[in-house]
Structures are given as structure tokens and as C-alpha cells.
Design a protein around this ligand. Structure first.
Ligand code: ATP
Ligand code: MG
Length: 456
């Protein structure tokens, strides 16, 4: 239901417009002058303003200027008497949608209002389209975990419940956040993202809540904060666990009522925003360490969505690979490349520390770097590159709970598997490289329980 603010000092005109527009199904808010109009806008966001050009105190043109400055998205229709039609024309040049001449023709009022709202609708659609383009990937995967995530998105999108998305780097948290926005009734509104880890503590408050001109050195002009920009949309607080305690206190204060002041400002700004937060940190551990406020955690975590690492949903790998193969297909070839079954086995046994982002980068690389139409194990091993190149201390760490014999066996096993993979599981070649007789390598493979993956 679109809402309309009418700013006119003549009671008669206000009443007539209110009646007509309410009959048309619009929500109507009234104001007698510019000051009142602007302050009502603060508390009651609208889609359209009908503005008398001739007003006491602050003139219509000044009100229009302010509207265009602070609420660029709202269309304005001007009402003017015949005597000051030139001012109305000037107003249109300044960005007003159109003007209505007194005495008002109610038919024309309705037409102009409809047109203005249609334009606004188009603009919103445009924004939705842009939002969906920013969703750089479809959400791929039919694993039980992905199904559960999709169901959670579906169930929670339309409520305004706050959502906390948890998961390792590159698992798709941002994709989930955007999907929630796109499925919600706010899809027409903005999706605003704040990377809490990337903003220094000294700037975070201004980033979130905005500032007035002159609020601090370098505040040369008024700036809206992310909360304000996200009005009628969703605000995505990414890496939320990286907020300083100081910033957490400020967010906590605002999050419930969604009322705040810009830095250096007096007016109370009230916004309609849905909050979605995400982190790759173990937030409960952060709470124990005193680095994250428990009360903020409870507020943010109304609906938790956990996105598991790729290695725990290996069922999705084939589907993801097919998707990325298509995405990164070279125009030179008619068909996307394929992965041989042995190469697939290697990809499925890899632990994917960078999760889907790593898989995606890997697929892009392989599409550029090789001519093979069916990707072979050796190629996978070559480009999967960093397979077992963990830093020595992390490597030792992996063995730290073992007895020496156990650690030796474990190391031997991993080392042999690594070499086998490197050589496409060719036993005699691997044996040669390891300086063993093939029969000796066979024995070790058996003893250590190594699975041999057949090659094409
Ligand atoms: N299920 C999926 N299907 C297809 N692409 C995906 C999927 N999940 C993630 N991606 C892609 O993988 C990349 C990483 O995803 P995203 O940025 O959402 O992860 P993240 O969890 O926010 O990572 P980080 O913690 O590092 O910010 C993106 O390019 C995204 O489009
Ligand atoms: Mg992210």
C-alpha cells in the first residue's frame, strides 16, 4: 500500500486530497507546512509527496530542495496556483515529477499520482534487478545440508526476524544473506552490506549511523550511514564478530528500536531495516573470551543458519563443478569441459579449506590453464597446488596427540597418498619416485589402508 504525504497550508485542499487518495487505496499523511512535513517524513517514510509551492515559513522550493537532498528516492508532485506557475515549472526542473494547477481536477490528481508511483515502482524493480545481478552465483547443491539451508531461507525470509549466518570462509554466507533479502518482501528495497572487519573502529560509528556536516574534522558534508541507506531493505553486517566492543555497544543500543542520531546531529532518525549478520568466527568462544557481547549475540541470533564447510557436503561437489564448468567455459569450445572420474575422486577427497570460493577459483584456473577437454588427475593435482603445503608447525600440530609410531604411520600414509595422487595412482611410477620396489609399495598400501583410485 503506497503512502503519500500531503504538505499544504489550506485545510480544504488537504481534506479533499486525503479523501480522494484514501478512496484510491493509498495511505495518507498530512502536514500544514514544510517543517511539519519534513518532521513527519522522519517518523513516517512515504513513497510520494504532494507539495504546495506557496507555503508559509519555509517555501515550497526550499522544501523540495531538502526532499531531493535527503530523500532522493521519493517523487514530489507540486501544487500551484495559476499565478505562480513559473515557480512550478522551476520545481519540475529541480526534479519534481509534475505539477497540478489549482483549482484541482481530481481526475488529473489521480492520474499524476499513479504515474509518479509507477515511476517509483520501476525504479525499485531496477534496484531489485541490480541486487540480483550482485548475486553472482545461483545457490547450487542438493545435499541434505543445502536443502536445510534453503528451507530455513524460505521460512524466515518473509518475517523480519534477525538472522545470524555462521560458517567458515568461502562457504556461501553472503550468498545466503542475499537470497534471504531477495525472497523477502523487502526485495524491492536496498541490500546494504557492511564489512565490519574492514572498517577501522574510529570510523565505524559514522559508517553505520552517518554524520552531520562539521561533526568532526573532515566531515565536510552530511553523510547518511548504512542503517539509513538500508531503510525499507536489509542491512548485512558481515564479519560481525570483528566489531570492537565499543561498536557492539552502539549497535546493541540501536538494533531494537531502530532509532538513532547521526553523529553531531540532534534529530532522531527512525528506520525500517531487517538485520542479517554473519561471521566465520566461533562466536560462543568469542563471548567466553570477553570479545563479543552476549546480549548482542542473543539479539542477532533469532534465526541461526549454519553453512557447513564443503568437505562436509561432498555430495554437492559434482553439481558445483558442473555449474562452474559452464560458467567458466571458454568460448572457443562448444561444450563445457568434463572431469574424469579419477580426477573427480581426487577433488572429492580434498579437504577444501577455502570451501566453495576455493573450488570456484580452482575451476576458473583449470578452464583457463589447460587445453584438456576431459580433465585428468595429473592436471587436477598440478593446479590444486597447495594440497598438502601446510606450514610445518600446523603439520606438527596435526600429529601432536599421537604416539611416535602412530605419527610415523600417519605421516607415511599421507605422504604416500600425496605421491600416488601426483602420479595418477600409477604404482610403478610412484614406487620409483619414492625409491621403493613396487611390491614394497603394494605392501605399504595394504598395511596403511590406502584406497587406490582407478585412473582412466
Ligand atoms: N552454493 C553455492 N553455489 C554456487 N556458488 C556459491 C555457493 N556458495 C558460495 N558460492 C560462491 O562462492 C564464493 C564465496 O561465497 P560467499 O562470498 O558467499 O562466502 P562467505 O561465506 O561470505 O565467505 P567469507 O567468509 O570469506 O566472506 C562466491 O563467489 C559465491 O558466489
Ligand atoms: Mg562473506
Amino acid at each position: 500500500m503506497p503512502s503519500i504525504l500531503i504538505i499544504d497550508d489550506e485545510q480544504g485542499i488537504r481534506t479533499v486530497l486525503k479523501d480522494v487518495l484514501e478512496d484510491e487505496g493509498y495511505d495518507v499523511v498530512l502536514a500544514e507546512d514544510g517543517y511539519q512535513g519534513l518532521s513527519k517524513l522522519q517518523a513516517h517514510p512515504v513513497d510520494l509527496v504532494i507539495l504546495d509551492v506557496w507555503l508559509p515559513n519555509m517555501g515550497g522550493i526550499d522544501v523540495l530542495k531538502k526532499l531531493k537532498e535527503d530523500y532522493a528516492d521519493i517523487e514530489v508532485i507540486i501544487i500551484s496556483g495559476h499565478a505562480n506557475i513559473d515557480i512550478a515549472v522551476k520545481a519540475v526542473k529541480m526534479g519534481a515529477f509534475d505539477f497540478l494547477e489549482k483549482p484541482l481536477s481530481l481526475e488529473r490528481v489521480i492520474t499524476v499520482v499513479r504515474n509518479a508511483l509507477a515511476l517509483e515502482g520501476l525504479r525499485k524493480e531496477n534496484r531489485t534487478l541490480k541486487n540480483s545481478i550482485f548475486m553472482e552465483d545461483q545457490m547450487i547443491g542438493s545435499s541434505t545440508a543445502m536443502k536445510k539451508i534453503r528451507a530455513l531461507i524460505q521460512q524466515s525470509a518473509d518475517s523480519d526476524a534477525r538472522i545470524l549466518i555462521l560458517g567458515e570462509n568461502g562457504t556461501g554466507k553472503e550468498l545466503v544473506a542475499r537470497a534471504i533479502h531477495m525472497k523477502s518482501k523487502r526485495a524491492f528495497g536496498p541490500f546494504i552490506e557492511v564489512n565490519c572487519a574492514a572498517i577501522p573502529d574510529t570510523l565505524i560509528e559514522s559508517e553505520l549511523f552517518g554524520h552531520e556536516k562539521g561533526a568532526f574534522t573532515n566531515a565536510y558534508s552530511r553523510r547518511k550511514g548504512k542503517f539509513e541507506l538500508a531503510h525499507r531493505g536489509s542491512l548485512f553486517l558481515d564479519e560481525v564478530a570483528d566489531l570492537s566492543l565499543n561498536a557492539q555497544a552502539k549497535v546493541l543500543r540501536v538494533i531494537q528500536e531502530l532509532i538513532f542520531e547521526r553523529i553531531g546531529g540532534e534529530e532522531q532518525i527512525s528506520v525500517d531495516v531487517r538485520l542479517i549478520a554473519a561471521t566465520n568466527k566461533n562466536i560462543e568462544e568469542q563471548i567466553k573470551k570477553g570479545k563479543f557481547r552476549e546480549d548482542l549475540y542473543f539479539r542477532l541470533n533469532v534465526v541461526p543458519i549454519f553453512v557447513p564447510p564443503l568437505r562436509e557436503r561432498l555430495e554437492d561437489i559434482e553439481e558445483l563443478i558442473t555449474y562452474f564448468m559452464k560458467k567458466y567455459k571458454h568460448p572457443k569450445y562448444p561444450q563445457p569441459k568434463k572431469i574424469s572420474s579419477d580426477a573427480m575422486t581426487i577433488l572429492k577427497s580434498y579437504h577444501w579449506p577455502g570451501n566453495i570460493r576455493e573450488l570456484k577459483n580452482f575451476m576458473e584456473r583449470i578452464n583457463i590453464m589447460t587445453e584438456e577437454q576431459v580433465i585428468l588427475p595429473a592436471t587436477v593435482n598440478q593446479y590444486l597446488g597447495a594440497i598438502e603445503t601446510e606450514a610445518p608447525d600446523t603439520m606438527l600440530h596435526a600429529f601432536s596427540d599421537m604416539k611416535l609410531n602412530q605419527a610415523k604411520d600417519q605421516f607415511e600414509k599421507e605422504f604416500i597418498v600425496h605421491k600416488l595422487k601426483d602420479n595418477s595412482f600409477n604404482i610403478s611410477k610412484t614406487a620409483e619416485i619414492l625409491g621403493l620396489y613396487p611390491s614394497n609399495l603394494h605392501n605399504k598400501i595394504k598395511k596403511l589402508g590406502i584406497k587406490i583410485e582407478r585412473c582412466s
